[in-house]
Design a protein. Structure first.
Length: 319
């Protein structure tokens, strides 16, 4: 099925995406999110080979009913250090993946490949320079990764970033950064975004592949326990302070200048040992099933739009 901005929204119970998270998102999290009407996504690199990536796509498609589920998406790292990119793009096209989220590079050839079968391309950006480059590459949506988002995040206030992007971009706009409940999803929409992007909240689900210690650390954390540093991956990102301490490092005196490395064992080890999370951890105090969390988000979202303010759209999926 070929999606447009509006038809994609109509397939979602609420305007929300369970963000693709390195070493965390897998088929179970994707499928359970999609069945509830929230778009589930995963990074292709969560499988160690292109063959494994294709197998995951087969599994997800086999478990989802295209008529009753929301579309799913995959994250492709578009960077010269990703030696798998060419083959993974081929597999993505073969499977006609509905939504592709690109990171670390907006490349026209990749966008055109996804467009060849009617797929949508969303690109994550942390500043206006990258937003303009992605728009010029023809992407269908921009993910504004704002201050407080887990993992690789920017420093811009979401209201400021949304306003500046909307001055030149009228396609799909997705907001990321410390969104953990349905009220905040509604607030993102009210602020001018089309969709909300939730990462950390979905780490703390039973289907997420994160280790138990990661989830328990999130439950115990507050915003003050998040450290923004480039020392782990070479790119500024948000991590749990306590996980840095467990490696023997001092979170307040981290060395800068680590080199970016996408597909090496060193990169995987860094993210395995030092755990990512966003500033929204203070609003996360449980580890529910993905279905339970989705139902909660949907109820909170609908409640937020109830009363004198009409809901902007009628959800197509009853949960």
């Amino acid at each position: 099925m070929t999606f447009t901005k509006d038809s994609l929204r109509e397939k979602l119970a609420i305007p929300a995406i369970a963000a693709p998270m390195f070493l965390v998102s897998g088929p179970d999290l994707v499928v359970e999110s999609c069945k509830c009407g929230i778009m589930g996504t995963f990074p292709a690199l969560n499988q160690r080979s292109s063959e494994g990536y294709a197998a995951w796509l087969d599994e997800i498609e086999g478990r989802l009913d295209a008529t009753d589920s929301s579309p799913y998406g995959v994250n492709l790292i578009v960077h010269k250090t990703n030696a798998r990119l060419s083959r993974d793009v081929e597999i993505t096209v073969e499977h006609r993946v509905p939504v592709v989220i690109t990171s670390l590079g907006a490349v026209r050839d990749v966008v055109d490949a996804i467009h060849s079968y009617g797929g949508l391309v969303f690109h994550d950006v942390i500043n206006l320079h990258h937003a303009h480059k992605a728009a010029d590459a023809g992407v269908d949506g921009l993910i504004a990764v704002c201050a407080g988002a887990g993992g690789h995040a920017g420093l811009l206030n979401p209201f400021a970033f949304i306003e500046e992007i909307r001055q030149f971009f009228d396609k799909t706009l997705i907001l990321s950064g410390a969104i953990t409940n349905g009220r905040q999803i509604a607030a993102a929409e009210m602020a001018g975004a089309d969709l909300a992007y939730l990462g950390t909240r979905f780490i703390n689900t039973r289907e997420a592949m994160a280790p138990a210690g990661h989830k328990e650390m999130i439950v115990a954390a507050a915003a003050k326990d998040i450290v923004y540093t480039s020392a782990v991956s070479g790119v500024n990102a948000n991590f749990l302070r306590a996980s840095i301490v467990t490696t023997g490092a001092d979170p307040d005196n981290l060395p800068a200048g680590a080199k970016l490395s996408i597909s090496t064992e060193g990169e995987a080890k860094a993210w395995k040992d030092v755990w990512s999370a966003g500033q929204g951890v203070g609003g996360i105090r449980d580890i529910p099933s993905t279905a339970e969390l989705c139902r909660r988000l949907i109820a909170e979202y609908r409640e937020a739009w109830a009363g004198n303010v009409p809901m902007p759209r009628t959800p197509m999926i009853a949960v």
